[in-house]
Design a protein around this ligand. Structure first.
Ligand SMILES: *Cc1c(COP(=O)(O)O)cnc(C)c1O
Length: 399
């Protein structure tokens, strides 16, 4: 499909990526790599993956012309890739299905995951229920409190949610605990990572599963407008929805790729999550990438109005796409994302996730100064029902 051939055998994207893990995990990762190499081009595996995407997730997701909004803006035409219409309401389930099918073939009946806001935990609990597998989700005890409805959702789906009360009681502590579990239970346990981060092979594997997004666009755009878009815009937290839509377009040089990081309250405030724009190269969660860290190398606390973008690192392939100038990475702050959220509700009748609202805000910023025949395709990574309380709170409304 694409001539782009990263990563190398060791999982390097240029100087980024790789596998920086404790000795005790090396065997588990070798086993996973071998299994993924075996099944990634296996016709039975791919057939089952695509069957599930069609019948369980509801793919292909449509592309949609945001016509009224484009007219109002008076410039380029904005299109949405509707990942919000997937079962569970976002793109994350695509990857979870790929990984659980792999777990099944590897004979691992127990699934673990870590989650911050709970979105990845819900997607994992969903596929675990679908396949009748045991599911354990680690979550910082602070996040358990903040995301009570997602915790209940996971429990309804049959998952066990384990609150982690070490450290800052958030995502990074949950991650450490999940790693510890994996080391201890390697024989029967598969660790589903939710974005294009972690040690090799996760960044490449998650990208490949999410590439269904871009591969559909490759066919849908010519069918609707007779050609490919001029720009593709996607929000970047860990970077999986962006890699999913970018990857099939990497070798099409005239399609410009734009990732959008969360500027939070602004880059000068330290209350942001813009790892590519404001981070330094370091090692986080088993790979080398851009990381928000202080001078002593301590990982910084991050902030974004959207929980899914609130991550101090970024997938190593994005670090490489930035440094090799194949993609550019812009910043949208909380206020701009909120404005895009409200406008999208009113003008298009679509309530986008706050993560996706960052990508939409970027497109809205670009459109007016571009000619009317230019096309911007935005990855609308998820729906915004989950964010209603956050939006209300910012508007001073109590629900
Ligand atoms: C989790 C999430 C994101 C951010 O994760 P990526 O790995 O960067 O895609 C973006 N949008 C939605 C709707 C999410 O749930």
């Amino acid at each position: 499909m694409t001539t782009y051939n990263y990563p190398d055998q060791q999982g390097h994207f240029g100087p980024f990526g790789g596998s920086f893990v404790a000795e005790t995990l090396v065997h588990a990762l070798d086993e996973l790599r071998a299994a993924y190499d075996k099944y990634r081009n296996d016709p039975d595996f791919l057939q089952e993956f695509h069957y599930e995407l069609k019948h369980f997730v509801g793919r292909p997701s449509p592309i949609y012309h945001a016509k009224r909004w484009s007219e109002k803006l008076g410039g380029a035409q904005i299109w949405f890739k509707r990942e919000d219409l997937n079962h569970t309401g976002a793109h994350k389930v695509n990857n979870c299905i790929g990984q659980i099918l792999l777990a099944k073939r590897m004979g691992k009946p127990r699934i673990i995951a870590e989650t911050g806001a709970g979105q990845h935990g819900v997607a994992t609990a969903t596929v675990a229920a679908r396949y009748g597998m045991q599911c354990v989700v680690y979550m910082g005890s602070e996040d358990v409190k903040r995301q009570a409805s997602n915790v209940y959702r996971m429990k309804l789906l049959g998952a066990e949610v384990i609150p982690v009360s070490s450290g800052s009681r958030t995502l990074k502590d949950a991650l450490n605990e999940a790693m510890r579990d994996w080391v201890t239970n390697i024989e029967n346990t598969f660790y589903i990572i939710g974005t294009v981060a972690g040690p090799h092979p996760y960044p490449a594997m998650v990208r490949d599963f999410q590439s269904v997004i871009g591969n559909e666009c490759l066919e849908q755009m010519p069918a609707e407008i007779g050609r490919q878009p001029d720009y593709i815009v996607a929000a970047v937290g860990g970077g999986s929805n962006a890699m999913g839509i970018f990857y099939p377009y990497l070798d099409q040089a005239d399609v410009k790729l734009i990732g959008v990081e969360a500027g939070g309250e602004g880059l000068t405030t330290l209350k942001h999550s813009a790892s590519l724009n404001a981070g330094q190269v370091g090692v986080l969660h088993g790979n080398r990438t851009y990381v928000l860290q202080d001078e002593a190398g301590q990982v910084q606390a991050t902030h974004s109005i959207s929980a899914g973008l609130d991550y101090p690192g970024v997938g190593p392939e994005h670090a490489w796409l930035k440094d090799s100038h194949r993609a550019q990475y812009e910043i949208i702050n909380d206020d701009e994302a909120l404005q895009a959220f409200h406008d999208c509700c009113r003008i298009e009748g679509i309530m986008p996730a706050l993560e996706s609202s960052h990508a939409i805000a970027q497109a809205v910023k670009m459109a007016p100064s571009l000619p009317k025949d230019k096309v911007i395709l935005v990855n609308l990574s998820g729906r915004g029902d989950k964010d209603m309380h956050t939006v209300a709170e910012y508007s001073g409304i109590s629900l």
